[in-house]
Design a protein around this ligand. Structure first.
Ligand code: IFM
Length: 484
């Protein structure tokens, strides 16, 4: 066992550039990879998020989050499920690390529950809550695994939601305070940080579609929320850097090729507009201080967003790396329906394609992974990219011997990793891949009905974890650094 001093030393080494493969700092010119091969030093990992796995929803001074509240509303979550216990990772994180090790993984992407750190989203840090991430960090470093935390993966302190949530501009400043606390507390050992997970998904689903916490259906509030998140990107980025100048700070975006439902000019225009709103609305302001043109009516945009003079500077975040999540393509059609967003009349459907579907009903479209990586590289340039999520929901159950055979997940992952290897070979500077998810967990509005895990979790029997066939397969891929 390493003592704390050794853990700190290892943390400092991993926090710096040491864990980054030499080529990842270059331009992405990797030479010629064989199909399915990955560059030396490629980082293999898996991902989870606090509300989806931790449980312990009232322990050690944790405050109430918007999801703790939302799950109580009747009819919002399948089967009335909650994340109160989830995978109980708060108590079983050592089991989770044992799984990462058994899969030969070198990077663990998890998120921090803001309410464990600041129960109501303001004020000094709760040391008991910090203690959990302290222990988790040290245990990961001791296992030779890079911690890759995300500051915000959708669980906002309920008190901040009560004060208007993300549509309230003030939330950006609260986020920056929280980022400062985390950078100071763990920046000595954690070198790579993500600010947000999937800003597009949570702003659209939380404030426009109303299916995620807090369940609002208000297109104008949604637009304001996007601007606050963009301000928080810039403020959070600078807060982490001020806490520790050595930190490498990125953010995670969910991206997807937007395909017109038909070849009509109207559908093509709708797909282009929606692609900008979904793929570019957060990363472009971070990198340039401006919003993409052609989404909102130019003359109304500033008022719709609640723009103030100087915001172009506040939003800027010269990200050190970019996290991209990919699952499927998105089909878009023009619609006569009023979306509520001025100038935006589109319908979007993740499941309307001709392709085979996962158990969640999402199209399986590996070519889209290649295409979107090439597209995004036009925006991100030579910045290192990490795939921070990719995976599929298949709901296989244990057989009589307790084994979980999930051949479709293996086929999904294999096809997507082949596409990824091809993209890297064609010059996209991707240095790591995290499968979603390390284990089955609370899938938001779907409760526990959609299983994305490499590991089966028996929610009826003390959250017992069993590696699925796909986990054994993925372990071989990580060890060989190539698709097997
Ligand atoms: O479970 C989610 C995760 O929280 C964010 N990205 C998509 C996953 C699957 O829906």
């Amino acid at each position: 066992m390493m003592d704390r001093r050794q853990v700190l030393q290892l943390g400092t080494a991993l926090a710096g550039a040491a864990l980054l493969p030499r080529w990842a700092r270059a331009t992405g010119d990797t030479g010629t990879l064989q199909p399915g091969e990955f560059p030396p030093g490629f980082l293999w990992g898996a991902a989870t998020a606090a509300y989806q796995v931790e449980g312990a929803y009232r322990e050690d001074g944790k405050g109430e989050s918007n999801w703790d509240r939302f799950v109580l509303a009747p009819g919002k979550i399948k089967n009335g499920d909650t994340g109160n216990v989830a995978c109980d990772s708060y108590h079983r994180y050592k089991d989770d690390i044992a799984l990462l090790r058994a899969m030969n993984l070198k990077s663990y992407r998890f998120s921090i529950a803001w309410t464990r750190i600041q129960a109501d989203g303001t004020g000094p840090a709760n040391t008991r809550g910090l203690g959990y991430y302290d222990r988790l960090t040290d245990a990961l470093l001791e296992a030779g695994i890079r911690p890759l935390p995300t500051l915000y993966h959708w669980d906002l302190p309920q008190d901040l939601e009560d004060r208007g949530g993300w549509p309230n501009r003030d939330t950006a400043a609260r986020f920056a305070d929280y980022a400062t606390i985390m950078g100071r507390a763990l920046g000595d050992r954690i070198g790579h940080w993500s600010l947000f997970n999937e800003p597009k998904a949570f702003t659209q689903l939380s404030y426009w579609q109303g299916v995620f916490a807090p369940g609002r259906k208000d297109a104008l509030a949604f637009l304001k929320s996007t601007h606050t998140v963009n301000l928080a990107h810039g403020l959070g980025y600078r807060a982490l850097k001020a806490a520790n100048a050595r930190l490498k700070v990125g953010s995670v975006y969910d991206v997807s090729p937007h395909i017109p439902a038909t070849d009509s000019p109207a559908d093509r225009a709708a797909a282009e507009q929606m692609a900008k709103l979904s793929n570019l609305w957060f990363i472009v302001p971070a990198l340039t201080g401006k919003y993409p043109d052609g989404v909102l009516p130019a003359l109304e945009q500033e008022a719709l967003l609640g723009w103030r003079a100087g915001d172009e500077q506040v939003m800027r975040a010269d990200l050190d790396f970019v996290g991209l999540n990919y699952y499927s393509q998105t089909r878009v059609a023009a619609s006569a329906q009023n979306s509520g967003v001025p100038g935006l009349d589109v319908t979007v459907d993740w499941a309307a394609g001709p392709d085979e579907k996962t158990d969640f009903g999402w199209d399986i479209y590996p070519q889209g992974f290649y295409d979107i990586l090439k597209d995004m590289q036009r925006v991100t340039g030579s910045r290192p990219i990490e795939i921070t999520e990719n995976g599929a929901a298949y709901n296989n159950k244990p057989d009589a011997e307790g084994h979980i055979h999930d051949p479709k997940r293996i086929a999904y992952l294999r096809a997507h990793l082949l596409a990824l290897s091809r993209a890297i070979n064609d010059g996209v500077p991707v240095r790591g891949y995290h499968c979603w998810s390390l284990m089955d967990n609370f899938e938001w509005a779907q409760g526990y009905t959609q299983r994305f895990g490499l590991t089966y979790v028996d929610f009826d029997h003390q959250q017992r974890r069993t590696m699925k066939d796909s986990a054994y397969w993925y372990a071989k891929v990580a060890a060989a650094n190539r698709v097997v």
